[in-house]
Design a binder for this molecule. Structure first.
Ligand code: GRF
Length: 196
């Protein structure tokens, strides 16, 4: 479907390595649907900022308390006319003020099949360790809207992967990350197409 509307302007929020951010940046590089207007982090040393600089994307670091309070973050996003916020390994809770200013415009990816293995403290390797500890025969990804409760917003997309008996938490993480890298940019793209 070809849209007549202008490109969507995306902000990516990330706290760490930003391998998902990288895939999203590459995917939308030549897109008519969206561009990455900003990469935001709460950690000045996060590798994701380097990735953004290499791609000539503006970056902004806010402190944890600035995120919690929200006003400056919201002001910047509004000034830059950001349409969607894409969370890609962003570890802080999104404040209610930000959610209210961007209703159904904040999207997250979780490295498990929600509602299993979600909630506070369930991030990164903690998720894969829990999946391993429970002898799960599958894991996967969940892409969802962000609401006031951790990992409880409406689910947009899920994809599972089969786990083998000998899969360690590291192997589970690798399998799940491959799904994230493939699907996250494409699901965002579809979402933008449908809402334009
Ligand atoms: C991913 O597993 C993502 O699902 C989770 O945090 C991890 C971020 O990895 N929310 P990266 O920084 O994109 O490499």
């Amino acid at each position: 479907m070809i849209s007549n509307n202008a490109k969507s302007n995306l902000a990516i929020f990330a706290s760490g390595s930003g391998s998902n951010a990288q895939k999203i940046i590459e995917y939308f590089d030549a897109s008519l649907n969206a561009e990455i207007g900003l990469v935001v982090s709460n950690r000045a040393e996060a590798l994701v900022l380097e990735r953004a600089h290499k791609a000539q994307i503006d970056t902004q670091v806010f402190s944890n308390s600035q995120f919690k309070e929200g006003t400056e973050v919201i002001r910047l996003l509004q000034n830059l006319k950001i349409d969607y916020i894409i969370l890609a390994g962003f570890l802080l809770k999104i404040p209610i003020a930000l959610i209210r200013n961007f209703p159904r415009k904040i999207i997250n990816i979780h490295p498990a099949l929600l509602p299993k293995y979600g909630g506070k403290g369930m991030y990164g390797k903690h998720v894969h360790q829990a999946v391993f500890d429970h002898f799960e025969v599958e894991s996967g990804i969940t892409i969802h809207y962000v609401n006031e409760a951790y990992d409880e917003g409406q689910i947009i997309f899920q994809k599972s992967v089969t786990l083998e008996l000998l899969d360690t938490p590291d192997i589970i993480a690798t399998k799940v990350l491959a799904l994230e890298h493939h699907h996250y940019p494409r699901v965002i793209d579809n979402l933008l197409t449908l809402s334009n």
